[in-house]
Write a protein that binds this ligand. Structure first.
Ligand code: ASP
Length: 608
């Protein structure tokens, strides 16, 4: 299912910047307005569109602030008139002229400056443009994304793209403003570093000075921000670039930006409180949703139980309902065997939606794709069920299920029986897909909430070991019983917005011994811990304050604020899903000499 934010938002834009008049311009296109009629102005920008009309040439001149019409008149444009004829789309021009009102019948209500035009007396072509591979002005979905990325500097000329980068800049400014005001220091941490443990594959950079050794690009500044707390910085933030060499799922970037925050002498409530105000500040600064604080907090277990997800979309119902106990003793083996094996039977009342058989089969197929062995569908009727499964259940069982699901005649019921995590994730995903199909989501709503009280570890079936739900530096809530890691809860929190994770963090372990214990539970023995994280363990022995923090995905935040379809639309120079930069051609082979210096031999032929 696509988790695309479809909501297009109107976000505020930046005020027009002040200008120091020079030989190129003394006015922005967007500043042409009634109070300037009669004034002479010099404007610069790109030829957005050109039209010849009965001996007159009209140029729509575009700069960052807007578009204004220039008129080249044979009597008033003097020597520049000929230039007017020669100008082509995307040429760069500077023009001097008088701001005049347009005749009422020629007013263009689609342009902010559409009631005026500039009668050109002098103009200069500052740069000639080759014919662009796609039109900037009448851009539509026809242009492939590949073409847009290959010529990104042209793509970014579109107002819509400019707006995205403008919003991004304003979001960053609002973050800095708020955090600066709260006493956070902006501190940079290294890009060439050691492997950091966010669970993805590292990008490696060969070290020339030590052949065979590598820097890793940081997956996050996690360890450095903790060291900054040990260093007594108390409050840190950074808008940091992170690198994770993951097989790229759709709409992800291997290189992304995170707002990274850490604080000392804090408890979970302190971190949450300042972060709620940060979010409210950023949203208010850019015209995002109004937040009413405090945000709701939902326990991890409750989130999974009710919505089947640790980042629930709370804008609609379709909650999951527990049926395991009801069906434990059922004669229908599919149910009773699952219950006996410690699994779960859960269901959604999808409401009154009459789906054809093919769509119901489609739901079964989808549930299987999502990892379930199957899916039981049933239509609640005045008497009993219309369902292939009805014959395996007693009237009492059907009645009890109906009651648990508050089912009324005509309602579509969907049941899944499996291991509990499978049931939750399958029904959680189906819930979102059904909401989309049945248009249950009110796009004017925004729901933000904290998910708290996470388990510290989860059991990895495949690897047969414990994994941290966040990362290995997350502090347990209370004492940790090494004999029962599954019972430990974490002082961790995620903030979710309309069903997507906006940020997440935790209170950290600040005790070297406890950190070593956690490493051991994760299967990292003392030797490996020393090898990989020795510097952290050592730092924790020199007086580490209690500390905690959080990080937000900035690209994702801006994408959602804008309602952009793709994360690539809010990144100036993104890469394709396969990690290629179509503009520069990276990644690319390198000179054989460079490899030699690094002591690297590669199986494929390098350049030259
Ligand atoms: N380092 C974590 C991450 O990148 C965030 C945090 O715990 O502050 O997801």
């Amino acid at each position: 299912m696509s988790s695309k934010p479809t909501k297009k938002r109107r976000v505020d834009s930046q005020p027009i910047p002040a200008l120091r008049p020079n030989r190129f311009r003394d006015l922005w296109a967007g500043q042409v307005a009634a109070e300037r009629v009669g004034e002479t102005a010099r404007l610069s920008g790109w030829v957005h569109r050109r039209r010849d009309h009965g001996g007159l040439v009209f140029i729509d001149l575009r700069d960052r602030t807007g578009i204004v019409q220039l008129v080249f008149h044979p009597e008033t444009a003097g020597e520049s008139f000929a230039l007017g004829h020669r100008l082509r789309a995307e040429d760069v021009v500077s023009a001097l002229g008088t701001i005049v009102e347009r005749d009422p019948e020629t007013v263009n209500s689609e342009l902010a400056t559409g009631a005026f035009e500039v009668q050109v007396s002098d103009a200069d072509r500052l740069a000639d443009a080759a014919t662009p591979p796609f039109e900037i002005e009448s851009f539509s979905g026809q242009v492939s994304e590949e073409m847009r990325m290959r010529h990104r500097y042209l793509d970014l000329r579109r107002e819509h793209m400019y707006r995205a980068l403008e919003l991004r800049s304003r979001v960053g400014a609002a973050m800095r403003e708020f955090l600066g005001g709260e006493g956070f220091l902006e501190i940079e941490t290294p890009t060439l570093t050691r492997s950091t443990p966010e669970g993805a594959r590292d990008f490696l950079v060969a070290a020339r000075s030590a052949p065979g050794s590598f820097y890793a690009l940081p997956q996050s500044p996690q360890l450095f921000k903790q060291l900054l707390m040990v260093a007594g910085m108390e409050r840190y933030f950074q808008i940091a670039r992170c690198f994770r060499d993951e097989s790229m799922r759709a709409d992800r970037q291997a290189e992304f930006t995170q707002l990274d925050i850490e604080m000392s002498f804090v408890e979970l409530d302190d971190v949450i409180e300042v972060n709620e105000r940060l979010l409210a500040h950023v949203f208010a600064a850019v015209g995002g949703p109004d937040l009413s604080l405090p945000l709701p907090r939902i326990g991890y277990d409750e989130a999974l139980a009710r919505w089947g997800s640790d980042r629930p979309d709370l804008r609609f119902g379709l909650e999951l309902v527990e049926l395991t106990e009801l069906l434990r003793a059922s004669a229908f083996k599919v149910f009773s065997a699952v219950a006996a094996a410690g699994g779960a039977i859960r269901a959604i009342n999808a409401g009154r939606h009459d789906l054809p058989r093919s769509a119901l089969d489609g739901l079964i197929g989808r549930a299987q794709e999502l990892g379930a062995k199957g899916l039981v569908w049933a239509y609640c009727e005045a008497e009993g069920w219309r369902s292939p499964t009805a014959k395996f259940l007693t009237a009492e069982e059907i009645g009890a299920i109906n009651a648990a699901l508050a089912a009324e005649p005509g309602d579509l019921l969907l049941l899944v029986a499996d291991r509990r995590p499978v049931v939750n994730s399958v029904l959680g995903a189906l819930r979102l897909e059904l909401a989309e199909r049945f248009e249950l989501i009110d796009e004017s709503l925004d729901s933000l909430a904290w998910i708290v009280d996470w388990p510290l570890f989860e059991w990895d079936q495949e690897g047969a070991r414990w994994d941290p739900l966040h990362h290995p530096f997350t502090a347990p809530d209370g004492a940790l019983d090494p004999a029962d890691p599954g019972a430990a809860r974490a002082l961790a929190y995620d903030v979710v917005w309309n069903g997507q994770e906006l940020g997440g963090g935790s209170i950290r372990i600040h005790d070297s011994e406890l950190q070593t214990t956690v490493f051991a539970l994760l299967g990292i023995d003392a030797g490996e811990a020393e090898e990989r994280f020795g510097f952290l363990l050592e730092a924790l022995r020199y007086g580490a304050p209690p500390h905690g923090g959080i990080a937000y995905g900035v690209d994702r935040l801006v994408q959602r604020l804008l309602g952009a379809d793709s994360i690539r639309d809010v990144i100036a120079f993104p890469k394709t899903a396969s990690g290629v930069d179509l503009l520069t051609g990276a990644p690319a082979p390198v000179e054989i000499g460079q490899l030699r210096e690094l002591g690297i031999t590669v199986p494929v032929k390098p350049r030259r």
